[in-house]
Design a binder for this molecule. Sequence first.
Ligand code: ATP
Ligand code: MG
Length: 579
Amino acid sequence: MASISRRYSQFFIPTIKEIPAEAEIVSHQLMLRAGMIRKLAAGIYTYLPYGLLAIKNTESIVREEMDRAGAIELLLPGVQPGDLWMESGRWDYYGPELLRFQDRHKRESCLGPTHEEVITDLARREIHSYKQLPITLYQIQTKFRDEIRPRFGIMRAREFIMKDAYSFDIDEEGANLSYGKMYAAYEAIFKRCGLKFRAVEADTGPIGGSFSHEFMVLSDSGEDDIVSCQDCKYASNLEKAEVKIRESGSTSIEKEEDLQIVDTPEMRTIDEVTKFLSIGPEKLVKTLIYQTEQGPIAALVRGDHELNETKLRNVLNVQELTMADPETVFNVTGAPMGFAGAIGLKVRVLADFAIKEMKNMVMGANKNDKHVLNVNEGRDFQVEQYADLRMITSSDLCPRCGGKLIFGKGIEVGQVFKLGTKYSTALKANFLDKNGRETPIIMGCYGIGIGRVVAAIIEQSRDENGIIFPVSISPFEVTILPLEMHESSVRKVAENLYQHLSNLGLAVFLDDRDERPGVKLKDADLLGIPVRAAVSLRTLKTDSIEIKLRSKPDLRLLSINKTPEAIKEVVQSLYDSLK
Ligand code: ATP
Ligand code: MG
């Protein structure tokens, strides 16, 4: 991935000694300290030369693997006409993350947060026949999303660089093949980036489509919760993780008791009610009222379970889903918040599968300060639909193999979606099949956050002194430290090594500053270049150069004339370890 060699004195790396207060996570702190990025405004960053080199190396890996997988690069515009978004229906749906403006002719426009509309428009204009398919197109480009909480530097920015690819196929089989190729390319990319990652099943969110995987870098500072199986390959985003339905247990033989209304003054929360009534939360039912574009609905989950809004949204097939305000709750239930129950509701009632197993439940009585005991479905209220509506918990088992589940955090660096015909139908991107029939193209889309990958690498690969770059991403492959610049013998050996290694095709960084050895060694640790060659009066006493890997503590003295070839071999072995 070699770029070119540079001298520190003629380069631009404004490093920072102190930990910047504005940065919450270590990768963000290190990127600021190592002079890789600077903030211009909230979520908007300048890539300084050292940071840009890491970005470019990441882009090169992505490009190589995309090209290898048969995808073809193009570049789409960043500014997009609002009309296209109205045609796809996302103008209203996308919300305030879409930065909108009018041009001088008062035409609605936006800054592209993603490019399904634009690429589908291209496809409908240029692709007419099955003979032109399949095809996968990709670009590496700056996106803009007006994120509500930009943070962690370029990890969650408003302006950021993304690789986005789009596949076009004639049938399901072909679409699955294209998806599989991109999936495999992603595995190759993240491996070459030296990342520890896992592909997890994911919800399709505002991009839509039928199925999806996210590529998660395992890290405690990740914003995503992931769950994986200890025994099989199952891994999922927590919001997507299916709960395995258990066969009905002993509860089903319990006798139905008579309804009984009890006073529960000011007892609104699960905790308050269960303590007051001396019952376990698994006897209680939470009745949650939600507002949707189809009107209010009620969703029931067991007292010790948590409703999963993503699952509820998907079951209801609605776009808007918000907790109802107190007024709506009152209109729907006839009671203030905290006393809602399922009896007598005039709205749709959905319930989690676990409710089906319950007998003699406790729930709000739809009257102020009252709960009701011994409620039974069928006799006292009806459920329109049972579904998997809750968050998976640590007492659940793997939905695939029944094994034990492990919970952790991840950074989403990429996502692949099987879109189906969502956009081709909306925008009428059709082709003529073999029989001359007009058919919508089947699409997939595939994103990688380039900046987020670099940040995630640093988050995963560092120590208390700084970054530990994998050789494939590092701005330089080797750094040379002449520790006494005022000594001509030291300068000369370092300069020769610099020339020699550069001629061997390595990207070398020569710290030719007139700084104290301690400063140079500290900065080398901060910058994280994988191989360090130190030249000093001490090493020259034995006609040698001291070699150290950033990732290991061992020091090795090599004779001056053997050093260049030895370093080249070391660099090559570092690349080999990423295969
Ligand atoms: P997230 O859930 O983190 O907001 P997303 O699901 O909205 O991400 P996609 O639409 O799948 O993201 O975009 C593809 C990739 O672009 C993501 O996997 C991520 O690596 C990157 N990305 C998305 N949003 C940002 C952002 N605000 N800053 C930097 N990278 C981003
Ligand atoms: Mg995503």
